[in-house]
Design a protein around this ligand. Structure first.
Ligand code: NDP
Length: 244
C-alpha cells in the first residue's frame, strides 16, 4: 500500500491551480479528499472528474476567512471519513502593488486569506490529529516567503509568515505532526489574475512567461505525503529552471 492510499486529505483552494492539480494526483493514488474553495461549480466539476477517474472526493464550499466554516469542514470530514491525515493549506491570493499605492483593502484580504486562513485550518484539524497521534500539515508558502521582491512586500510578508508557522508546527510536533512548507516559484495558475495594479500585473506576467505546470507542485505534495511516517519533508523550493 502506498503511503497516500486511504489517507484523508483536506485541500483548501481546490477549485483551481495547484489545489486542483494536487487533488487529481492524490485521488489517483487512492487518497480520500475533502475539496474546498468558494466556487461551488468548480468543486462539483472536480469531484465528478475525480470520480470518473476512479477516485474518491467530497466537497464543501468554504471561505477560509470564516473560522466557524473552517471548523465545520474539519468536523464534516471526520463524520464522512473518520479521520484527518493531511491538511493542504493552499488557498491564497497575490495582489501585488508598490506600498505607496496604499491598497490597504488588498493588504487586509491577503492577511486574512494567506495567514489567518492557514491558522484557522490548523486550529480546526489539530485536535483531531492529536487524538489520532498523527497528522500532516502542508502549507503553501512561496519563493516570496524566502526573498522579498519590489511591489510584493505585503504578499511576501504573508508568505514569510506561512514559512514561520510551518517551522513552528514542526518544532511543536511532539513527534506526531509532520510539517511541510512548499515554496513554489512561478507556476501557471490563476494567481496573477487577481493583481489589480496594471504595472505590477505586467511585471508578474513577464516573470510568469517561464512558469511551470501545476503538476510540478502536485508531485512535490505527493512526495511529502508518501514518505513513511517517521520521515518529515520540512521544506521544498521549486522554481522553473528558467526563473532568475
Ligand atoms: P489560484 O488562483 O489558481 O488558486 C487559488 C485558490 O485559492 C483557488 O482555488 C481559490 O478558490 C482559493 N481561494 C482564494 N481565496 C479564498 C478564500 N477566501 N477562501 C477559500 N479559498 C480561497 O492560484 P494557485 O493555485 O497558484 O495558488 C495556490 C497557492 O499557491 C496560493 O497560496 C499561492 O500563494 C501559492 N503560490 C502560487 C504560486 C504560483 O506561481 N502559482 C507561487 C508560489 C506560491 P475560490 O476562488 O474558488 O475560493
Amino acid at each position: 500500500m502506498s503511503e497516500v492510499e486511504n489517507k484523508v486529505v483536506i485541500i483548501t483552494g481546490a477549485s483551481s491551480g495547484l489545489g486542483e492539480a494536487t487533488a487529481h494526483m492524490l485521488a489517483k493514488r487512492g487518497a480520500k479528499l475533502m475539496l474546498t474553495a468558494r466556487r461551488e461549480d468548480r468543486l462539483k466539476q472536480l469531484k465528478e472528474s475525480i470520480e470518473k477517474e476512479g477516485g474518491q472526493a467530497e466537497y464543501q464550499v468554504l471561505d477560509v476567512t470564516d473560522r466557524q466554516a473552517v471548523q465545520a469542514v474539519a468536523d464534516r470530514t471526520v463524520e464522512l471519513f473518520g479521520r484527518i491525515d493531511v491538511l493542504l493549506a493552499n488557498a491564497g491570493l497575490m495582489q501585488l502593488a508598490p506600498i505607496d499605492k496604499l491598497n490597504v483593502d488588498e493588504w487586509d484580504t491577503m492577511i486574512d486569506v494567506n495567514i489567518k486562513g492557514v491558522l484557522y485550518g490548523l486550529a480546526a484539524v489539530l485536535p483531531t490529529m492529536r487524538k489520532q497521534g498523527s497528522g500532516h500539515i502542508i502549507n503553501l508558502s512561496s519563493v516570496a516567503g524566502h526573498v522579498v521582491f519590489p511591489g510584493a512586500a505585503v504578499y511576501c510578508a504573508t508568505k514569510y509568515a506561512v514559512k514561520a508557522l510551518s517551522e513552528g508546527i514542526r518544532q511543536e510536533s511532539n513527534g506526531e505532526i509532520r510539517a511541510t512548507n512548499i515554496s513554489p516559484g512561478a507556476v501557471a495558475t490563476e494567481l496573477t489574475d487577481h493583481i489589480t495594479d496594471p504595472d505590477a500585473r505586467k511585471a508578474a506576467n513577464d516573470l510568469y512567461a517561464v512558469a511551470i505546470d501545476a503538476d510540478a507542485i502536485a508531485r512535490a505534495v505527493t512526495y511529502a505525503i508518501e514518505q513513511p511516517g517517521d520521515v518529515d519533508v520540512n521544506e521544498m523550493i521549486i522554481r522553473p529552471t528558467k526563473q532568475e
